[in-house]
Design a protein around this ligand. Structure first.
Ligand code: ADP
Ligand code: MG
Length: 243
């Protein structure tokens, strides 16, 4: 049943003060005792609509893990996550996928492109699944926006790491999500390309009021965000607004 109309996502309850992300006492431990590792030790975080948040912290501090919980890709060991008024911990996989579709864009550190699809198909097929009529035209224009207009028919294996990263960014941006998670989105890019991608992310943030949640080691990218949250050893060790 290719690309039949998708079921409607569950209606979000009213989000009074436009809280987009609300995490309470989130914990994550992996493995079993005695080898159990405490990755997150009690995270409280509230993000309101239209914020741009940079998540910083040393390698191994739990940044990718926290993003996976906030994006509903992994389940916490304890605590709660509400995103756009939806209880992510209480939703099953299918309902989570439906809840995310079109609303939440995610760029993972490993890009997770489908190897059997071209760059264009990687971006267009999720759009079609979301019911977009002009999926291929929209996908082509998104790829053009990340500087890959000349790579539409290439397969991921034929693309450099930086190009694959940009396909993943185009795929996440194409549905115009209200909330975008990105895990080191400029990590594989040279300075000039990284700067162009940042411009694109922040243009979407400004024009569409999209909320940005970006993990980065790049001080230039962090400085462009309105807020910097720093993770250390499973805790939030700093949370500040930028000037
Ligand atoms: N599946 C896993 N099992 C055990 N430990 C893990 C697993 N995934 C990640 N970790 C550990 O969790 C910690 C945090 O990882 P991660 O969230 O990827 O950190 P960051 O993104 O800040 O570099 C690291 O010490 C990592 O080795
Ligand atoms: Mg990481």
């Amino acid at each position: 049943m290719p690309f039949s109309a998708s079921p409607q996502p569950p209606a979000p309850d009213s989000a009074p003060d436009s809280i987009v992300i609300e995490a309470r006492n989130l914990t994550l431990s992996l493995g079993r005792a005695p080898a159990q590792v405490q990755i997150l030790r009690g995270i409280d975080l509230t993000v309101t609509a239209g914020e741009s948040v940079a998540l910083l912290g040393p390698s191994g501090s739990g940044k990718s893990s926290l993003m996976a919980l906030l994006a509903g890709l992994e389940r916490p060991s304890g605590g709660s996550v509400r995103v756009a008024g939806l209880d992510f911990v209480g939703l099953d996989e299918d309902r989570l996928a439906i809840a995310r579709r079109g609303r939440i864009g995610i760029v993972l550190q490993a890009f997770h492109l489908l190897p059997t699809m071209t760059a264009l198909e990687n971006v267009a097929v999720p759009l079609e699944l979301a019911g977009e009529a002009n999926a291929f035209a929209r996908a082509a224009s998104e790829l053009d926006a990340v500087g890959l207009g000349h790579r539409l028919t290439h397969y991921p294996a034929q693309l450099s790491g930086g190009e694959q990263q940009r396909v993943a960014i185009a795929r996440a941006l194409a549905p115009r999500p209200a909330l975008l998670f990105a895990d080191e989105p400029t990590g594989n890019l040279d300075a000039a390309t990284g700067s162009a991608i940042m411009d694109l992310l922040f243009a979407r943030h400004r024009e569409a009021g999209a909320t940005l949640f970006v993990i980065t080691h790049d001080p230039n990218l962090a400085a462009r965000c309105g807020r910097i949250v720093e993770l250390g050893d499973g805790h939030i060790v700093d949370d500040r607004t930028t000037a």
